[in-house]
Design a protein around this ligand. Sequence first.
Ligand code: THU
Length: 160
Amino acid sequence: MKEVKIESKLYVFESIEELPKDVNMLMQKAAEARGKAYAPYSKFHVGAALLLDNGEIITGNNQENASYPSGLCAERTAIYYAGSQYPNAKVLRMAITATSQNKQTTSPIPPCGACRQAIAEYEVKQKVPIEIYFMGEKGKVAKSDSLANLLPFVFDKSVL
Ligand code: THU
């Protein structure tokens, strides 16, 4: 038996102002999308913006449902739309931001496990890493160079 340690690398920016200009703009698109979230049950509003290699920017937000599990997260709303409309485009970057009506979100809010799995599918498919930036309403912004950093032991097509 041996112990295996897994390392993961993240970068942390002090605020949205510290981001490169184009990333700052993408995060602003995510915030705009967040403002249109449909989240009457959780009151937790999430926005995501994707940059594709064809220059398109795709946004999405969480869509809730009275039958709770029927709702969908912002990240998957956006990436499934991108996949359906631009099946040959690669996703280069994703910006995610979340706010809550119940408390202030001032630390980076990472994508949930189901969204990581969905994003992993596209990263594996396109063979190009997806940069992921995530934040709360304000404060620090975390960056991962690749979805792989956020989902060690990924379940992907290689096991099928
Ligand atoms: N949510 C997202 O949109 N993305 C995530 O990664 C985590 C959670 C949404 C789902 C639900 O509408 C609300 O946030 C509370 O969980």
